[in-house]
Design a protein. Structure first.
Length: 315
């Protein structure tokens, strides 16, 4: 009878799951809807039902279940609140173990397990200390030090999107309530926000750029314009790189990673992202931390299930 491990990545819309072999190979992946009504009280039972149906179909033995959730999680698997799931404070690890009868259960923050997955099988291969940056609607982060997730005292380690990178001249508030957060400039929404405002005196004009034709302004359109040497888009991308480079320099001076892995929807712009970040990173960081490796993430939406499985494989 074959032995398997399950990696679970719980999102606000869907729960992604993957079945892994003892050797860490992805055998099969699938999704189920995330039912968040009634405080999300059916999410774990739905996950368990799906795992059980897979176990029955394969006739195998589940040796471990790893799970990532969108919120802070302590080292012992206690979720400290997942607002978009409707969850409060409870031991997701103990409940999942009780429902499945599987003792080898681990639960962690979703950004952290994505970082672990990229280190194991993706853009961070070959390193054991990385910082993963996820550039999407917001800015997420996961920090791995010597193969271990840096969770912090309250499970909120790696929340780099709320680093303060500007202390003045910012009128808009971040979703966290603060002002000047990295997320306000380096996320997909932040890049668009910058592109629709005057960057600084003497900057190129939005009206004279390729963005002025009445089409929707998106992060992709801005990076595409920069690749085509549109001056306004180039200046927006430079500002993006300047702010993110500063933020990552501050992170490096605390955790000293071997590499940075850049993922999320914005990262699809490719090497232009890495080039501009590296340049400003080296401008801001001390000499001993310069010239770190910068790589693009490779696993896409599967990073979470890989990282979740890694939590319990070879444990």
């Amino acid at each position: 009878m074959a032995d398997y491990y399950i990696g679970v990545d719980v999102g606000g819309t869907t729960v992604k799951m993957g079945l892994f072999s003892d050797a860490g190979e992805l055998v099969e992946k699938w999704e189920i809807p995330t039912r968040t009504e009634n405080g999300g009280n059916v999410i774990l039972p739905d996950i368990v039902e799906s795992i059980e149906s897979k176990r029955e179909a394969l006739g195998g033995n589940i040796k471990g279940i790893g799970m990532g959730v969108p919120g802070p999680v302590t080292d012992d698997g206690v979720v400290l609140k997942c607002a978009n799931l409707g969850w409060g404070v409870f031991s997701a690890k103990n409940e999942l173990s009780s429902l499945t009868g599987v003792e080898n259960v681990c639960v962690a923050n979703d950004a952290n397990i994505a970082a672990l997955g990229e280190m194991w099988k993706g853009g961070g291969r070959g390193f054991d200390s990385i910082v993963m940056v996820t550039l999407g609607t917001g800015v997420g982060g996961g920090i791995i030090v010597r193969g271990k997730i840096l969770t912090g005292a309250m499970g909120a380690g790696g929340e780099i999107g709320h680093l303060k990178v500007r202390s003045e001249n910012e009128e808009d508030s971040c979703n966290c309530g603060g002002k000047g957060c990295l997320e306000q400039y380096a996320s997909a929404t932040g890049i668009v926000r910058m592109a629709t405002k005057k960057l600084h005196p003497g900057s190129a004009s939005l009206e004279e750029s390729c963005l002025s034709g009445g089409q929707e302004i998106t992060a992709k359109a801005i990076f595409d314009g920069a690749k085509d040497k549109d001056q306004y888009c180039v200046e927006v991308v430079e500002e993006f790189g300047r702010v993110l480079g500063l933020g990552l320099a501050n992170v490096a001076q605390v955790v000293d990673p071997e590499a940075f892995v850049i993922g999320g929807g914005v990262s699809k712009a490719g090497d232009i992202i890495l080039d501009v970040i590296k340049r400003y990173y080296n401008d801001h960081v001390m000499f001993a931390l310069q010239n770190k490796e910068f790589r693009l993430a490779e696993l896409g939406n599967d990073a979470g299930i890989y990282g979740a499985a890694k939590l319990v494989i070879e444990k």
